[in-house]
Design a protein. Structure first.
Length: 118
């Protein structure tokens, strides 16, 4: 079992930055793949970024490439999502996910709201 708690969301103007954090507990963090997803009002949940458990390889949605960076601190059992050059269309509830490998997401956090004003 893995528990995930997101933080760092808020209201920011377009062009600004935010850093989301996801604190994990309950499983050896270093052996867990981590990811970020988001869901805007009236839309389905979509993939944002992922970080593999072993190689540290990353993957991003085309809409955030070059603006968002996913990283992890195994000593703190925390994964981050650095979001730069934010756009109004980035407004959504952002969720952290964990699994044995990228794509096999078994655990989800409650989400943190990001609102980007124009």
């Amino acid at each position: 079992q893995v528990q995930l708690v997101e933080s760092g969301g808020g209201l920011v103007q377009a062009g600004g930055s935010l850093r989301l954090s996801c604190a994990a507990s309950g499983r050896t963090f270093s052996s867990t793949a981590m990811g970020w997803f988001r869901q805007a009002p009236g839309k389905e949940r979509e993939f944002v970024a992922a970080l593999s458990r072993s190689s540290g390889s990353t993957d991003y949605a085309d809409s955030v490439k070059g603006r968002f960076t996913i990283s992890r601190d195994n000593a703190k059992n925390t994964v981050y999502l650095q979001m730069n050059s934010l756009k109004p269309e980035d407004t959504a509830l952002y969720y952290c996910a964990a699994g044995v490998r990228v794509g096999a997401w078994s655990y989800w956090g409650q989400g943190t709201q990001v609102t980007v004003s124009s």
